[in-house]
Unconditional design. Structure first.
Length: 170
């Protein structure tokens, strides 16, 4: 089983903190914010994960955007950037800075309760696009970048699966 170790600086809410990550299979060890945690990781789709931390399950989605990554943990959204400490500059977020369509997906199964942007509409990074209800909570999914809505792939009232692409922003 391959073991991966890495050290980064994580920029979260404009504060830099050291992040140490060690992963072997579905188990990871994380040192962050003065805490050491053991995490069981299950990847549900390309950008959706289920994490078990201290006996509690958390649904997480990670979407690249121009500022780094939009990370949604149990419906709460965070803007995160990883900095390579050897170069003191942000790591690429998978080409988010480049032109091209980006999908907005849901981190957990639920029901679309509101569509906030229409196909062809210009949107700004962080603007709300779709509201999904999951586990009796409403979660607003936001645009990963500024651009135009290329496609809205869902309708209000529609059931959606974790990791399913709901809106495409170009």
């Amino acid at each position: 089983m391959e073991q991966v170790e890495a050290t980064y600086e994580l920029v979260l809410e404009e504060r830099r903190q050291k992040l140490r990550l060690k992963r072997s299979g579905a188990r990871a060890w994380v040192e962050f914010g003065g805490k050491s945690l053991e995490v069981d990781v299950s990847q549900l789709s390309e950008d959706a994960f289920s994490l078990i931390v201290e006996g509690r399950s958390h649904d997480v989605s990670v979407s690249p955007n121009a500022g780094g990554f939009q990370v949604v943990v149990d419906g709460e959204s965070f803007q995160v950037a990883l900095v390579d400490p050897r170069r003191d500059r942000p790591l690429s977020s998978g080409g988010a800075e480049a032109a091209g369509p980006m999908a907005v997906s849901t981190p957990m199964p639920g029901k679309v309760v509101r569509i906030l942007a229409a196909e062809g509409e210009e949107v700004s990074q962080g603007q709300g696009l779709v509201v999904v209800e999951a586990m009796k909570m409403q979660n607003e999914l936001t645009s990963p970048k500024s651009g135009r809505i290329q496609a809205v792939r869902v309708a209000e009232g529609q059931a959606v699966n974790a990791g399913e692409s709901l809106v495409l922003v170009e």
